[in-house]
Design a protein around this ligand. Structure first.
Ligand code: S3P
Length: 743
């Protein structure tokens, strides 16, 4: 059913014509009227079926219209509104498609004595460099944004009708105040058009212009596409949005001047700094527009679907770099004096969140490119205040370690995260940091966001960790770098010691005495090169895959086997897995080895409690192994699993039960009844992974011993630690599809 009887388009050009075509396609109006002074545009609009009737006289059409769209150049709006004023009733809704809103609102106020309630100003962020009605396309506005700028006096019914009109064209409708619209558009649209016109004009004035244009492909063509746009329309925009465009142009001129000086003085550092900053901003913006990357995928769905009959799991692979070490390489590299080169960096969302944070703190970081990152350290006092809250996505490690590091800075900052991170306990770091003198505010229950007040002098403390947590230990040691005197931390059980090892690698003395690590504040870090081993936590999924699938023989290369991380190897061996390490060597202070796993039946065990902190991230996958073992596997002393990216005891138990495996949940662990040699251990099910990457990957591995298909919903978070997991799994023999569904 049509929403209005007569829709009138004034100005039958690209925008007006496209709107009429799109509205017609959606059946928005019963009848389409057009007004244009140009005979050929009217004729074209009639021939192309854009409108049913066309005239050059507003007075013939306007009194019949229920809804009028003004699509004339911005500076013609005033005269069109003046002609319209006596022709329309208070129930006629008027809207426009002009690129500047301030001048049009002022003109309307002059003419009508106030901004009329039925006038809804708008601007479609769409267009092409071609003009005229023959360039019109019904799909021009599809999935594009349309900004409406209603005022408090705007009629809600009129606003709704205009929203409906644009939504019918397939556009996404947003609202913004008039001033903000003009500021934003001056920077994102008007300035680039001005520059494109200017560059082409400048080059075209040179004598050898024909020669130049003959070779001006690539960059020139990309940069200047919009210089083919309608000159009258753009003249009007610059006259109409004068102040905001001048502001944008002045900022731009300063930037160009800086680059001019850098070129003149051969200042390589300034050049690479500016280009890297621009590239990372542009990449971020592309990811945002294309909705790639986990941080922008919250309304996209990736489901994993396994099929039975996968395996055996065979081959030789190197899984991506260690997440914990990747985070720390950026942090210490940024604080060091000199340039740190990192190889094997994990290009997953979590480590990238840390990397982006340090860029926001003013550190120049090149890459990552194929795992290589170059960090131009700023020294212990060189970080700069960020402009906005620092968004850390799903990454608990980033938030906890940064809390320590930022508590000691002279500026304020705020740390935020996604739905999963926003539920995680931060009191465990905020409390001891407060004992050191930090000022940190959290939400109720110690949850994020964390608001850190800068300029607080810290003093060293001794802290007995109430839980075995490398994140809390590292947080305090990092804060201790700026604290007065000694900071020491005693842990109840050994946890990963990458921070201590890497600090020493950067030349910062750290004392280790039994369960206590300590350092004295006030020192400095010296840049070094870092070679990051493959992440044993990521390797675990394939170790378990090979350990549970008959006929498997798999080699995982260059895996970090730091003794504070090797619990998974010990536990799998205790379960009877055939697991061999070879080529053991030391790389940048971390032990690495190749790990070969061949299938052999597993048996249930009581997991030794001392192995729990050493395998803390590996339990979801180990639970899958336990379900495939003969007999019961019992885990105790693992309450920390409940505060990971999800409650890993409960979420895994729910999933295992849905897959037909019996288990009993305890506060600090679980008993899992293995099915041993049964051909199919798991039945078919649809499972949720609760924003937890490791849960998603563990159930994908379970697919190898399932009788039917397992669907795991919402697996986008796998990108936080293991980009390319599904592809790699397939290359090793697993039957795993990843379906991308629009949310
Ligand atoms: C990490 C420590 C562990 C681990 C996390 C990474 C680190 O957390 O679960 O994935 O890099 O320090 P806790 O220290 O909170 O146990």
């Amino acid at each position: 059913m049509a929403q209005v009887r007569n829709l009138l388009v004034v100005g039958l050009g690209l925008i007006g014509g496209s709107l009429a075509l799109a509205a017609r396609r959606a059946g928005f109006a019963e009848h389409y009227l057009g007004v244009d002074l140009a005979q050929d545009e009217r004729q074209g609009a009639l021939t192309l079926g854009v409108v049913d009737e066309a005239s050059d006289k507003l007075e013939e059409m306007a009194p019949r219209a229920d809804l009028i769209l003004l699509a004339v150049p911005v500076l013609s709006m005033e005269s069109v509104l003046r002609q319209l004023q006596p022709l329309v009733s208070a129930s006629t809704v008027i809207t426009d498609a002009g690129s500047c809103k301030g001048v049009i609102a002022e003109a309307a106020t002059r003419i009508f004595g106030q901004l009329p309630p039925q006038l809804v100003l708008g601007h479609p962020i769409a267009g092409k460099e071609t003009s005229g009605v023959t360039a019109a396309e019904a799909q021009l506005f599809q999935q594009r944004k349309v900004i409406l700028t209603p005022e408090p006096s705007t009629s809600p019914q009129a606003l709704q009708l205009v929203r409906d009109l644009w939504q019918a064209t397939g556009a996404e409708v947003l609202e913004m105040p008039i001033d903000q619209h003009d500021e934003v558009l001056a920077r994102t649209s008007h300035l680039p058009h001005l520059l494109a016109f200017s560059l082409v004009d400048t080059l075209a004035r040179r004598d050898e212009r024909l020669e130049i244009f003959r070779y001006a492909a690539g960059g020139f063509r990309d940069f200047t596409r919009v210089a083919a746009s309608d000159p009258i329309m753009w003249r009007d925009i610059f006259l109409a949005n004068r102040e905001a465009t001048l502001g944008a142009l002045d900022e731009f001129l300063l930037g160009v001047q800086r680059l001019r000086t850098a070129v003149a003085e051969s200042d390589a550092e300034e050049l690479v700094g500016t280009f890297t900053h621009a590239k990372s901003a542009r990449d971020y913006f592309t990811a945002l527009l294309n909705e790639t990357g986990y941080q922008t995928m919250e309304n996209q769905k990736i489901n994993f679907v396994t099929q039975p009959g996968g395996g055996p799991v065979t081959g030789r692979v190197r899984v991506p770099g260690d997440k914990s070490i990747s985070h720390r390489s950026i942090m210490l590299g940024a604080l060091a004096e000199g340039t740190t080169r990192v190889k094997g960096f994990l290009e997953g969302e979590d480590a990238l969140a840390t990397l982006q944070t340090f860029r926001d703190l003013g550190v120049l970081i090149e890459g990552p490119h194929n795992g290589e990152v170059t960090i131009h350290g700023v020294g212990m006092q060189g970080l700069k205040a960020p402009q906005d809250p620092l968004y850390l996505g799903n990454s608990g490690t980033s938030m906890r370690l940064l809390a320590g590091l930022l508590a000691a800075q002279p500026f304020d900052c705020e740390l935020t995260g996604d739905a999963s991170l926003s539920k995680r306990p931060m009191g465990r770091v905020a409390d001891p940091l407060r004992l050191m003198g930090a000022e940190i505010a959290t939400e109720e229950g110690g949850r994020p966001p964390l608001k850190i007040a800068g300029g607080q002098p810290l003093k060293g403390i001794h802290y007995d960790l109430p839980m075995a947590s490398a994140q809390v230990k590292s947080c305090l040691l990092l804060a201790g770098l700026w604290a007065e005197g000694e900071t020491s931390v005693t842990e109840p059980a050994p946890t990963r010691d990458h921070t201590e090892r890497m600090l020493q690698g950067f030349g910062y003395p750290v004392k280790k005495e039994g369960a206590t690590a300590s350092l004295v504040g006030g020192g400095k870090l010296t840049a070094t090169d870092i070679d990051i081993p493959a992440d044993i936590s990521s390797a675990t999924f394939f170790m378990v895959a090979a350990a549970i699938t008959p006929g498997s023989d798999l080699v995982l290369e260059h895996v970090g086997i730091n003794p504070t991380r090797d619990g998974v190897i010990n536990i799998l061996r205790l379960m009877g897995a055939d697991l061999e390490t070879s080529h053991q060597r030391e790389v940048g202070g971390e032990p690495v080895a190749d790990i070969r796993v061949r299938y052999q039946p597993l048996k249930g065990i009581d997991i030794p409690e001392d192995q729990v902190p050493l395998a803390i991230d590996e339990f979801p996958a180990l639970f899958v192994a336990a379900a495939c073992a003969q007999g019961t596997t019992r885990l105790r002393g693992a309450e920390e699993l409940r505060v990971k990216e999800s409650d890993r005891i409960q979420v895994m138990a729910d999933g295992l039960q849905a897959l037909g495996v019996n288990c009993e949940v305890l506060e600090d662990g679980i008993d899992i009844q293995g099915k041993g040699e049964a051909e199919a251990v798991f039945s078919s099910a649809i499972l949720a992974c609760h924003h937890d990457h490791r849960i998603a990957m563990s159930f994908a591995v379970a697919g190898l011993r399932a009788s039917g298909s397992i669907t795991i919903e919402d697996c986008a978070t796998v990108n936080t630690s293991f980009p390319g997991f599904a592809e790699l799994a397939r290359s090793l023999g697993m039957k795993l599809d990843s379906d991308q569904l629009a949310g």
